[in-house]
Ligand binder design. Sequence first.
Ligand code: C2E
Ligand code: MG
Ligand code: MG
Ligand code: MG
Length: 281
Amino acid sequence: RAKAGGRNGYCFFAAEMTVEARTRMTLELSLRHALAREEFVLHYQPRIDLGTMAIVGMEALIRWNHPELGQVSPMQFIPIAEETGLIEAIGQWVLLEACMQTRRLMDWSGRPLCISVNLSARQLKCRDIVDQVRDALDRSGLPAPLLELELTESALIEDIEHSARLLKELKGLGIRLAVDDFGTGYSGLAYLRRFPLDVLKLDRSFVLQQDENDHNFDFIKAFVDMAHALKLSVVAEGVETSDTLQFLRNADCDEAQGYFLAKPLSLSDFEAYLSRLPRIA
Ligand code: C2E
Ligand code: MG
Ligand code: MG
Ligand code: MG
């Protein structure tokens, strides 16, 4: 690509790289202080039961309010946090903050809420991850079955033996374990039987692929049935239309998240969302 445009093309390419490299350096430098400067907040995306259409919980999604750049996407800074090792401290903060805020939201709303927290590959290798999770539960008083950890397939299969041992230990705390972004590659269901999992989260791209072709309904239905036979519950991510929602309900999918149902919300917007829902008995 650099050569295609001749000399000018090459210059353009080089300039682009410099901007990218500079942005990356700025992010990396400011990421080191972001925790101490309290620039992170958690947003919460509601997760809906497709049988009852009631909220069952939410996923914690980190947001970084950079003093100069504004809001930086986790897609941009989580990889940097991983490479630099900063993810260990940031991840620990996310765990505790998510458990504390969920406990408060439950007390305030009188509803049980299941909180999902994303763990990245590097956090799985962190020696005291089990202690971090136990500590977050102890300090927040959140019942263990209401905490779910989301791990990606790629992180799990990096070191299968280690993952299997670690997940068993985490499971021993009484929490729930989910595979995130399922369908974006790798293993398939058989592979995942080696881990004590509770939930499969179908990636948006996987769901959309099925949605576009009517004849694929049988495929996703069979997939959901197979997951159920393995005692896994199935959550669809990224539901943006009522058609997709209907499709998933017909396929017996258990739960869903997506802009059509609710966007990720700030804590105060999430509270407002909860207070607008019909009261529970
Ligand atoms: P993820 O865990 O798969 O989270 C789902 C992403 O899809 C979120 O992006 C969410 O805002 C977005 N989303 C939700 N509904 C829809 C929809 O209907 N349509 C579309 N197009 N997108 C939807 P977000 O918040 O930008 O997070 C991106 C990724 O960053 C997450 O993917 C997760 O891998 C990572 N991440 C976010 N928060 C954390 C965290 O606290 N710790 C770690 N380690 N990773 C995190
Ligand atoms: Mg997730
Ligand atoms: Mg996901
Ligand atoms: Mg995803």
